[in-house]
Design a protein around this ligand. Structure first.
Ligand code: PEP
Length: 249
């Protein structure tokens, strides 16, 4: 695994209740011990405080979104400062559901990323192509365009960022990318980091895969040289999340 600690994020999306979160965290606490893997769970903003009180010290908390400024007349939004104030160190930005259901642009995601980093939050930055883009052989173009939008926003803060490559066609569909398909894109991203940022950043930045990862598919994906972990949706609500966390060990 080299210099990159295996990283597994759970994205609970808009799921859970106080009771369900208590039961899930109980399972995670028993199954995930030690800190050989960096584990982060992204919970709905309304449950951040509740989840924070339950989590053990080896599992960190993430918000699933935030706005691009510290405070003001933005009804319904939460700011990085609020997430930080609560005690959550991470935020997921640019998730395909934010991009495609809520119409977030590359520029808005870049602004949110820049502001989150300036407030001291760590960012799981999501990118990925749609099915029609893959079928039109545009995967590289699309993901590098998304990376180019993020680059100035990240600046010198690459050590605070994890890149999540999540092909949109694989998210929530049960169609996991094959290890070879995922590796091919991760390799392109690592090369881009080397050429566009630096060799050191290319070596140290975690590039994680997301898209229908399960306990059954995680092990083979984790064997790929440029896959440094996972962002997990559906399976992060189930006990198999523990197996996914252990896939890189
Ligand atoms: C996600 O929400 O980031 C995701 C990858 O979802 P799923 O694992 O359910 O495909």
């Amino acid at each position: 695994m080299g210099p990159r600690k295996f990283f597994v994020g759970g994205n609970w999306k808009m799921n859970g209740s106080k009771k369900e979160i208590e039961a899930l965290v109980d399972v995670l606490k028993k199954g995930i011990t030690g800190d050989a893997v960096e584990v982060v769970v992204g919970c709905p903003s309304i449950y951040l405080q509740h989840t924070l009180c339950l989590l053990p010290s080896n599992i960190a908390l993430s918000a699933q979104n935030c706005y691009k400024v510290a405070k003001g007349a933005f009804t319904g939004e939460i700011s990085p400062a609020m997430i930080k104030d609560l005690g959550a160190p991470w935020v997921i930005l640019g998730h395909s559901e934010r991009r495609n259901v809520f119409g977030e642009s590359d520029q808005l995601i870049a602004d949110k990323t820049a502001h989150s980093l300036s407030e001291g939050l760590r960012v799981i930055a999501c990118i990925g192509e749609k099915l029609e883009e893959r079928e039109a052989n545009k995967t590289e173009e699309v993901v590098l365009c998304q990376m180019n939008a993020l680059k100035p926003a990240i600046g010198s803060n690459w050590d605070k960022v994890v890149i999540a490559y999540e092909p949109v066609w694989a998210i929530g569909t049960g169609k996991t990318a094959t290890p070879e398909q995922a590796q091919e894109v991760h390799c392109i991203l690592r090369k881009w980091l080397k050429e566009e940022v630096s060799g050191a950043v290319s070596e140290s930045t975690r590039i994680i895969y997301g898209g229908s990862v399960t306990g059954a598919t995680a092990k083979d994906l984790a064997k790929q040289p440029d896959i440094d972990g996972f962002l997990v949706g559906g399976a992060s609500l189930k006990p198999e999340f523990v197996d996914i966390c252990k896939a890189g060990l």
